[in-house]
Ligand binder design. Structure first.
Ligand code: ZN
Length: 666
């Protein structure tokens, strides 16, 4: 059965402390009417919050002590009248009430301050192996979905990956639980522990599925680019939150688009995260929403329900502005999916380590996603369409793509490398960049690129032999091209002065002259080509956002893909998404040129988005391409046919512009 698409979703948080009265004179019909008028297709209603309080008349969980009425029932009653779908919210690994009632269920870490995720210090964390799943989470989930007309279940996972030393874990693991990655049992333990979480999610999804097979189940932040694994069975959607910026939305959504499930990105209405009541700007939310929906996702606005169950007036106003904008473009958005052209590999083993050792330092784990993040930033801000995916998805769908980029991914499986070789032999284009992590170099992948590895350079920076030389911070690799491998750019060493170039004046030593050692190479193989960059190119870009580096990469990419399906020409930072809906081609342009300020040094706020004018768009001509029109009013767009391309100009881009070429793929 095809699920309805709830493009615009309101997600009010409802974590209400025990001493506040809840839901007094709450009128579900009034609430739903205002949601509908504000453009919401669906609303989240809390079954259980981080305090562990339930906001309906549960027989299984802990009812909020001052609950004045069954909020879930009353909201559903109103929402059914006004055609707003209700999504059930369930706090998974934070539940203070459950820990009070069952102290043995608590996650027991060595660190007194357990960090189980964002803002979790206020709430009690639960262990994945405790009785919680079977005694509370599953029975309560089944209670919610069988007693109430809930359309979807949303599980807010709220977990870190912290070893737990509780009795249940010790018993289930059957041996001493290691204390650090240097302990002999570490690998066995983390593999087991990760599987405990997967089993937990699978059992939850299975239980909901058995109770109500038509209900999609979502676990927030699972199976995204930070953990690029195939989702467990019965997962209906993927989702991630949190900060208000199109850059982060694109990092999640570009990966989600490659998974093949419906997905959502959500962000708070607020200025400084989820805690305050001041509004962020509509520009921040529109920008975040645009990057989400342009990649085929649905958009949520996180808000905060007042204890009486209503939202603040400014919450409805924000929804009206943001959802109104999206709803006008609905026909250009719903059911559209990425056109496969450039695939980017984001591999789980690369993030987690060859033996899936879950780099115990979470900072180290985060650092290993930086190459992917740098690539997204570079491509998104320079109008290049691509789709990211896991190793499993890439291996299944490789032949759909023309270019594959492997951005500093270590520990690829032999199967993946074999498939990549066949892909190139058959005419595919492969781009590989070299990580600088202290891991064994993949000789097989280098052989595919037509180079041999001779070690790492000593300095933490180097120069690519462009004119003028391009300084990039990062540890370059020293390689030699095999016969037949072409050198596109040579390595330029820094002057060996100032402690060998480590400290020269305020910074780096100047470039000298190259000795013919390659740093960017190209190998013809069969009908395709492999390009290799002997440096952590995308991590360096994420670190420094060097614009010359971006320009160099775009040139290299053009060499591999001279005739993309669509291309834009502008100096502004504009994201290009190319999608297909039925036989129609949909092209979205999203403006990333607004200046973001960072509240608390990390929470973005965009005050002003400048209009970009006269963006040239080129679209490869097909037999079906006859007309093009623009959102939201289906205004016909004039274009010229020229040498196999349709050329047109988008006169004005503010937040997002969308074009549709009906019948393009016929
Ligand atoms: Zn435990």
């Amino acid at each position: 059965m095809k699920q309805r698409t709830y493009l615009c979703r309101s997600h009010p948080d409802f974590h209400i402390p025990a001493d506040a009265e809840v839901g007094f004179r709450f009128d579900g019909e009034l609430y739903a009417r205002r949601l509908k008028e504000s453009g919401a297709d669906a609303v989240v209603v809390f079954g259980k919050c981080h305090y562990g309080h339930s906001y309906y008349y549960t027989d299984v969980g802990t009812r909020h002590p001052k609950l004045q009425q069954d909020m879930l029932a009353e909201t559903i009653r109103g929402c059914q009248k006004h055609d707003v779908a209700v999504v059930g919210y369930y706090s998974v690994f934070l539940d203070s009430a459950a820990v009070r009632a069952h102290p043995q269920w608590r996650l027991q870490t060595e660190n007194a301050r357990t960090d189980a995720g964002f803002d979790s210090g206020n709430f009690q964390p639960l262990c994945v192996n405790s009785g919680y799943l079977e005694e509370l989470l599953i029975p309560q989930s089944v209670e919610m979905v069988t007693r109430y007309a809930i359309a979807e279940m949303f599980y807010d996972t709220m977990t870190g990956f912290q070893p737990c030393y509780c009795a249940a874990c010790r018993k289930k693991f059957g041996q001493e639980i290691p204390h650090s990655s240097s302990d002999a049992q570490w690998l066995e333990y983390v593999r087991w522990y990760a599987q405990c979480y997967e089993d937990f999610y699978a059992r939850t999804a299975e239980a909901v599925h058995r109770a109500r097979p038509e209900i999609p189940v979502t676990f927030n932040h699972e199976w995204g680019y930070k953990r690029p694994q195939p989702p467990v069975k019965h997962i209906g959607h993927l989702a991630a939150d949190l900060i208000s910026t199109g850059t982060i939305a694109a990092m999640h959504c570009r990966y989600f688009a490659g998974v093949g499930l419906p997905f959502e990105y959500m962000t708070g209405r607020f200025m400084h995260g989820l805690g305050d009541w001041n509004s962020n700007t509509p520009e921040s939310l529109l920008y975040t929403a645009a990057s989400t929906v342009a990649n085929g996702g649905c958009f949520w606005i996180i808000d905060r329900q007042l204890p009486n169950g209503l939202l603040e007036d400014r919450a409805y106003e924000m929804m009206h502005e943001v959802f109104g904008y999206l709803q006008q473009r609905r026909d250009f958005l719903v059911d559209a999916q990425h056109v496969p052209e450039v695939a980017v590999l984001c591999s789980w083993s690369s993030v987690m380590g060859r033996q899936l050792e879950y780099f115990p330092d979470s900072k180290a784990r985060n650092a290993r996603t930086m190459a992917y993040e740098g690539l997204v930033r570079l491509m998104v801000e320079h109008g290049r369409h691509f789709t990211a995916m896991s190793e499993e998805r890439l291996n299944e769908h490789l032949t759909d793509y023309r270019v594959v980029i492997v951005p500093e991914q270590d520990y690829l499986s032999d199967q993946t490398k074999q498939n990549l070789e066949q892909f190139v032999q058959a005419g595919g284009q492969l781009i590989v960049t070299q990580s600088s992590w202290d891991v064994p170099v993949d000789e097989q992948l280098l052989a595919l690129a037509g180079v041999t590895y001779e070690g790492r350079r000593t300095l933490d920076y180097g120069y690519i032999g462009t004119t003028p030389p391009l300084l990039i911070q990062g540890k370059f690799s020293q390689v030699r091209g095999l016969p037949g491998t072409q050198m596109l750019y040579q390595y330029i060493p820094a002057m060996e002065a100032g402690d060998g170039g480590k400290k020269f004046g305020h910074g780096f030593a100047p470039a000298t002259t190259g000795r013919g050692e390659p740093v960017v190479t190209l190998r013809q193989l069969g009908k395709g080509q492999v390009m290799y960059l002997a440096l952590p190119f995308f991590k360096a870009y994420q670190d420094n956002q060097n614009l010359y580096q971006a320009r160099l990469f775009l040139e290299l990419l053009d060499q591999m893909l001279p005739d993309p399906l669509a291309r834009i020409n502008t100096k502004a930072q504009v994201e290009l998404s190319v999608l297909r809906r039925g036989d129609d081609l949909i092209i979205h342009l999203v403006n990333h040129s607004g200046r973001e300020r960072l509240g608390n040094y990390w929470y973005p706020m965009t005050e002003y988005i400048p209009e970009i004018h006269d963006i040239q768009v080129t679209i490869r001509q097909t037999p079906g391409s006859r007309e093009i029109f623009a959102a939201p009013n289906r205004t016909p767009v004039s274009f010229q046919r020229d040498d196999g391309y349709l050329r047109l100009v988008v006169p004005r881009l503010h937040v997002m512009e969308s074009l549709c070429a009906p019948g393009y793929f016929k």
